[in-house]
Design a protein around this ligand. Structure first.
Ligand SMILES: C[S@@+](CC[C@H](N)C(=O)[O-])C[C@H]1O[C@@H](n2cnc3c(N)ncnc32)[C@H](O)[C@@H]1O
Length: 347
C-alpha cells in the first residue's frame, strides 16, 4: 500500500501555499503588475482608485460629514490603491482632515512594501479586525481581497458527499475525494445553495471573516465595499484556479510560487451578509459601477491636453477595466452596510 506522507483538505493546502510564514506565495517577493503573475485593476489604471476615492467622498457626505471617520483597506497588495485614493482626497481637504486611514494586511512582506509606498501618509497597519479598537463611523473597502481566501470543495457522487483533499506521496501530489459530513456547511448555505447541487465550493474562512466584519459594522455604523471577480448564481461550479506568469498553472505544482484563487459567488456572499444582520445596498458589474461613477468623463478631462499616444494609453486602460466582455463584466462590486444606511451611488 502507498505510504501517504501528507494529506490536506483543499482549504488547508491553499492556506499553506499562500500564507505559510516562510514559503507562502503572499509572504514572499510578489508584485501585482506585468512583471508578476497577475495584474489588478488599481495597477492597470489610476482612475479605478480615483473612482473609489470619489465614492468615499460622497459616502462621507451622505453620512452627514462625520468629524471622525475611519477608512480601512482590506488586503492592500502593493499599496497602489490606497496611494491613489489618498492622492485624490488631497483635492477634498475638508473630507481628508476628518479621515483616519487603516490597512488590514496579513502578509508581513506586503506590509513592508505598503509602508514604503505610503511613507508620506499617516496610516495604521493592523493584522486583523479584532485589533481595530476605534468606534468611529467607518468604511472598509477591498479589491481582490476575498479571492485570496482558501476554499473547500465538495462533490456529490451516487448521493454521497466527498471533500477534495490533496495527498502527497514521494514528492508527487494528487487529488483524492474523502467522504465528508457537510451538515454544518449546509446550515450556512441554506436550501438555495445546497439542494439541486452536485458540487459545492465554500470558504469557511471567508464566512468567519464576514461574521466578524459584520459584527463590527453593526456596532460602528459601518459599510464595506468589495470588488472581486465572480458570478451571481445559485448553481455552483468549480472555479478554483492558479496562475503563474499570467498563465494557468496546475494547482498541484509550484506550491508557494503561484497564486491560487477562485471566483466569488456574489449571490452567496449577499446571503451571508444578510444572515449576519447587514443590508446589501447593491451588487453590480465593475464596468457599470465605474461608468456610473464617471470614469469616462474623468478620462476625458485628464487626457485633454495630452499627446495622442498618452490619450490612447489612458483610454485603453480604462477600456480594460470597464469592458463588459473582459474585467468590467467578470468583476463585481458589492456594498453592504449597517441596516439604517441608504446609499446606492454607482449601483
Ligand atoms: C490578490 S491581493 C490584492 C491586492 C490589492 N488589493 C490589489 O488589488 O492590488 C490580496 C491581498 O489580500 C491580503 N490578504 C489575504 N487574506 C488576508 C486576510 N485574511 N487579512 C488581511 N489581508 C489578507 C494579501 O496579503 C494581499 O495583500
Amino acid at each position: 500500500m502507498k505510504k501517504i506522507k501528507k494529506k490536506l483538505p483543499l482549504d488547508k493546502y491553499i492556506d499553506q501555499a499562500l500564507y505559510d510564514k516562510r514559503n507562502g506565495y503572499y509572504m514572499k517577493n510578489i508584485t501585482f503588475d506585468k512583471y508578476g503573475d497577475f495584474i489588478t485593476s488599481p495597477n492597470i489604471s489610476i482612475l479605478f482608485s480615483e473612482m473609489i476615492g470619489l465614492w468615499i467622498v460622497m459616502y462621507w457626505q451622505k453620512l452627514g460629514r462625520p468629524k471622525k471617520f475611519n477608512i480601512i483597506e482590506l488586503g492592500a497588495g502593493n499599496g497602489e490603491m490606497m496611494f491613489q485614493i489618498i492622492n485624490i482626497l488631497e483635492k477634498f481637504i475638508d473630507v481628508k482632515n476628518c479621515l483616519n486611514f487603516y490597512i488590514i494586511e496579513k502578509s508581513n512582506f506586503l506590509k513592508k512594501v505598503q509602508k514604503e509606498k505610503l511613507k508620506k501618509s499617516k496610516i495604521i497597519w493592523l493584522d486583523n479586525i479584532s485589533k481595530l479598537k476605534s468606534n468611529n463611523k467607518c468604511l472598509f473597502f477591498g479589491n481582490e481581497f476575498l479571492d485570496a481566501f482558501s476554499i473547500k470543495q465538495f462533490e456529490k457522487i451516487n448521493n454521497i458527499w466527498f471533500e477534495k483533499y490533496i495527498y502527497e506521496y514521494k514528492n508527487k501530489r494528487y487529488f483524492k475525494n474523502v467522504k465528508a459530513n457537510i451538515k454544518k456547511y449546509i446550515k450556512v448555505l441554506g436550501k438555495e445553495f445546497s439542494s439541486n447541487q452536485n458540487f459545492i465550493e465554500f470558504s469557511p474562512e471567508q464566512e468567519k471573516f464576514i461574521k466578524n466584519l459584520s459584527r463590527y459594522l453593526k456596532k460602528n455604523f459601518g459599510g464595506v465595499l468589495l470588488i472581486d471577480y465572480g458570478y451571481v448564481k445559485s448553481k455552483m461550479f468549480n472555479t478554483l484556479q492558479s496562475v503563474k506568469n499570467h498563465k494557468k498553472n496546475n494547482i498541484l505544482l509550484n506550491k508557494g510560487n503561484a497564486d491560487i484563487t477562485h471566483l466569488i459567488n456574489f449571490k452567496l456572499l449577499k446571503k451571508i451578509f444578510l444572515n449576519n444582520g447587514l443590508k446589501v445596498n447593491g451588487v453590480i458589474s465593475q464596468g457599470e459601477f465605474l461608468k456610473k461613477m464617471g470614469i469616462f468623463e474623468r478620462a476625458e478631462i485628464i487626457s485633454k491636453n495630452k499627446l495622442f499616444n498618452d490619450k490612447v494609453k489612458i483610454y485603453s486602460r480604462v477600456k480594460r477595466i470597464t469592458d463588459i466582455y473582459g474585467m468590467g463584466g467578470q468583476f463585481k462590486v458589492i456594498f453592504a452596510s449597517h441596516k439604517t444606511i441608504n446609499f446606492n451611488l454607482g449601483f
